[in-house]
Write a protein that binds this ligand. Structure first.
Ligand SMILES: [Mg+2]
Length: 334
């Protein structure tokens, strides 16, 4: 057993003792051949190709310790990376996690982050686990994750593969995380639990990435920055126009407004321009039913002469507003 007290800080313990406390909390990957303990993990990549992505969260611009528990930080760091793997139509297989934190941080803080990773992997991406990582010191908490995934023999879902005539569909929620962030910034006392959890511990539909690919999806993204901003990226990559169905959006916004207690215009704004929901935005050929859990939001059409790739709604181009860490950070750290 450890000679260090439960409330020991990182600065009080050697790295080996810290890792001995954290390792048992981490989720195991079914794809591991050689696990933690060597210079690298060795993993199976059954497809022979693998997808890889990375996403970093920095205290201040990306999270605040007065808002997030370490368990929520673990969930969010895992979920954002898993969503990128899912958006390629792949199945997540492993995560590598690097954390820097001030020396006065308790080891139990890192254990709670590890438990967040555990819960997210277990529920969202069974079989995926943490296969390696690194610890360092810093003046703020930084959590950097790389994620791997297996394509299982399917072609990756690219942003550039949308075709005129495709149906644009979404799986997962839109608008909740953005409304949650607004409420946190506003200091709202009784934030609706759906908004709080969507912002602080997102729970994206990871298995829907594979489901979309199996169902013949063409292009996909996870909605990390905003529906309009990310749909615009598909439009540009595919050289098409994405037309969102205003009546559908208004219907969804009305339901969201009632659900979480905001007015409909506000809900609609959050659905179009709010970030961090990590819903899956997918285009499907129109000649087949959408897979379960996907709702049609619009269509892909060819550009007309003189028209740039863009997102339109109700016959007008929609401005590309959304999440931008460089614009959204006011310099505060807590
Ligand atoms: Mg993404």
């Amino acid at each position: 057993m450890s000679d260090f007290p439960e409330n020991a800080t990182l600065g009080q313990m050697p790295e080996s003792a810290i890792l001995a406390r954290i390792f048992p909390k981490l989720p195991h990957s079914d794809f591991t051949i050689v696990g933690p303990g060597d210079d690298c993990a060795v993993m199976r990549a059954p497809d022979s190709r693998f997808v890889i992505t990375t996403d970093m969260m920095v205290q201040g611009p990306d999270f605040r310790l007065e808002w997030s528990t370490p368990h929520q930080l673990g969930i969010k760091a895992a979920a954002t990376n898993l969503a990128d793997v899912a958006a390629m139509g792949a199945v997540p297989t492993g995560l590598v996690v690097s954390i820097a934190a001030p020396p006065e941080t308790t080891v139990s803080f890192l254990e709670a982050i590890a438990e967040g990773f555990h819960d997210a992997c277990l529920e969202l991406a069974p079989g995926c686990g943490v296969v390696g990582g690194d610890l360092s010191v810093s003046t703020v908490v930084v959590i950097s994750v790389s994620a791997f995934g297996d394509l299982e023999g399917r072609e990756p879902l690219l942003r550039s593969s949308a075709q005129p005539g495709d149906v644009v569909a979404v799986s997962g929620r839109l608008g909740l995380a953005g409304l949650g962030l607004e409420a946190l910034f506003a200091g709202t006392q009784d934030i609706h639990p759906l908004l709080r959890s969507a912002q602080l511990a997102p729970w994206p539909p990871i298995s829907q990435g594979k489901a979309a690919a199996v169902a013949g999806a063409r292009a996909a993204m996870d909605v990390s920055d905003s529906l309009v901003m990310d749909a615009s990226r598909i439009a540009r990559a595919s050289n098409v126009v994405i037309e969102l169905d205003e009546a559908v959006l208004d219907g969804l916004a009305s339901r969201l407004a009632i659900e979480v207690g905001v007015d409909a215009a506000h809900a609609r704004q959050a659905m179009l321009f709010g970030g961090e929901d990590h819903a899956l935005l997918v285009t499907f050929p129109s000649n087949q039913p959408l897979p379960p859990g996907f709702d049609a939001l619009g269509v892909v059409r060819a550009r007309v002469i003189g028209e740039s790739p863009h997102v339109s709604m109700g016959g007008a181009a929609v401005a590309e507003n959304g999440w931008n860490p460089y614009q959204n950070w006011n310099g505060e750290l807590s």
